[in-house]
Design a protein around this ligand. Structure first.
Ligand SMILES: CC(=O)N[C@H]1[C@@H](OP(=O)(O)OP(=O)(O)OC[C@H]2O[C@@H](n3ccc(=O)[nH]c3=O)[C@H](O)[C@@H]2O)O[C@H](CO)[C@@H](O)[C@@H]1O
Ligand SMILES: C=C(OP(=O)(O)O)C(=O)O
Length: 417
């Protein structure tokens, strides 16, 4: 198990150019399977999940070249329709290969996806929609054997605006016969990014970013050039790190509409902002304020992925704050670890009450998922003394060399493999 060694107490300040989004890049990589020509992706995030997804494409027989942040992917020579169990276990987004492989090859074999243990995370919404669109699914020994001789457009009503299910249906529907409409679709910026990519490849899609997305199936998609948009969770993580440590931060490469709820929460803590279209400057107050409630929810609600980071920050804010986690039922595992650093957090079911503790101290703590690990890392930066944060392998799934980025901004963080 890798870990971070952190010496706290130094402000995180300066300029940071936000990198490409994990949650936009991964579905787009799956979508490259649908393009029957070369795809060029710019601004790729060099993170563990990205490399793992490139490996899936290679294992399927695709040609993949990565130079700097530019990936060139040619899926014309695809030879396989099965994703290895080991890979599927490591990453939630591997489920998106189901829609993409079915769209391309009419067949797919894949197990139940793993990923961060933040809840049960069933895939019933994906499978139900697929069946309605003509996919035959047989589950045997933990594997889903899927076949779709004919993919049929359909009106799909999601009982929850699942991000993954909306993406998977999009991947299948672009190659369906006829029109598909997704009702109660997810509206996250990552859905918009996937649609823009598919459209660049020749797909006919309307309504992304709204609860109704209409897709007119096409016979073939072509290659495209596309730049991965910024990672709104990385941006929020660095803002929280600076706010907690009393540093001023200048973020570039962002789109402010995509991180509005995070900015609103930070404003409530007393942070001041100067916001331009693609840049943000933030100055934290001398003392962070609390006394409000946060409820996570589907976009445009407060993002569940930011919840652990915001909880970390609120441990230092004067007053009491309540956070309700409505998206994932087991996403508070970082709270106990924050308490080991001196935080005052009480959890009851899916609500956390966080009282400002006046200051954190260094400790040995365990990150058990991606954002939970990052939350501990930023808490350690703000704590007095030395900390060890275990679980770097989770953090590396979604943050590119976070230890280097934070060190360049004045933090004292080392990754020990
Ligand atoms: C790779 C990626 O993009 N991951 C993001 C994606 O995950 P993911 O796509 O897994 O999240 P979903 O929106 O699907 O899940 C939201 C909720 O719906 C439930 N659900 C989902 C599907 C289903 O078939 N049945 C079901 O019950 C889940 O258990 C969860 O409670 O969106 C989440 C919510 O914004 C983010 O936290 C993740 O970072
Ligand atoms: C939960 C996350 O990712 P995944 O869905 O890939 O597990 C995340 O990015 O915070």
């Amino acid at each position: 198990m890798g870990y971070y060694l952190i010496e706290g107490g130094k402000p995180i300040s300066g300029e940071f150019a936000v990198r490409g989004s994990k949650n936009a890049a991964l579905p787009i990589l799956a979508a490259t399977l649908l393009a029957e020509d070369e795809v060029v992706l710019e601004n790729c995030p060099l993170i563990r999940d990205f490399y793992l997804t490139l490996d899936i494409l290679r294992e399927l027989g695709c040609r993949v070249e990565l130079t700097g942040r530019t990936a060139v992917i040619d899926t014309r020579q695809i030879q396989d329709v099965k994703i290895r169990e080991e890979t599927v276990q490591k990453m939630r987004s591997s489920i998106l290969f189901l829609g993409a492989l079915l769209g391309r090859e009419r067949k797919a074999i894949l197990g139940h996806p793993g990923g961060c243990a933040i809840g049960e995370r069933p895939i019933d919404i994906h499978l139900k929609a697929f069946e309605k669109m003509g996919v035959e699914i047989i589950e045997e020994d933990g594997l889903f054997y899927c076949e779709a001789p004919h993919i049929l457009g359909y009106h799909i009503y999601l009982n929850y605006p699942s991000v993954g299910a909306t993406e998977n249906i999009l991947l299948l529907a672009v190659k369906a016969e006829g029109v598909t409409v997704i009702h109660n679709a997810a509206r996250e910026p990552e859905i918009v990014a996937l649609v823009r990519f598919l459209r660049a490849c020749g797909a006919e899609i309307y309504g992304e970013g709204t609860p109704s997305i209409m897709i007119e199936g096409v016979k073939k998609l072509h290659g495209a050039y596309f730049s991965i948009p910024f990672d709104r969770i990385e941006a929020g993580t660095f803002l929280c790190a600076s706010a907690m440590t009393g540093g001023e931060l200048y973020l570039t490469g962002i789109e402010k509409n995509d991180i509005e709820t995070t900015l609103e929460a930070l404003v409530k803590t007393g942070c001041q902002f100067n916001i331009e279209a693609e840049r943000i400057w933030m100055k934290p107050p001398k003392e962070l304020k609390s006394g409000f409630s946060l409820v996570t929810g589907p976009f445009p609600g407060f993002p569940t992925d930011m919840q652990p980071l915001m909880m970390s920050l609120l441990t230092l804010a004067k007053g009491t704050c309540m956070i309700s986690e409505t998206v994932f039922e087991a996403r508070f595992r970082h709270a106990d670890e924050l308490c080991r650093m001196g935080a005052d957090i009480v959890i009851e079911d899916r609500v956390a009450q966080i009282k400002g503790c006046g200051g954190l101290h260094g400790a040995e703590v365990f990150g058990r998922d991606l954002r939970g690990g990052a939350a501990l890392l930023i808490a350690a930066l703000a704590a007095e003394g030395k900390s060890t944060v275990y679980g770097s392998e989770y953090v590396e799934r979604g943050y590119e060399k976070i230890e280097d980025a934070l060190s360049l901004l004045g933090g004292n963080v080392r990754l020990m493999e």
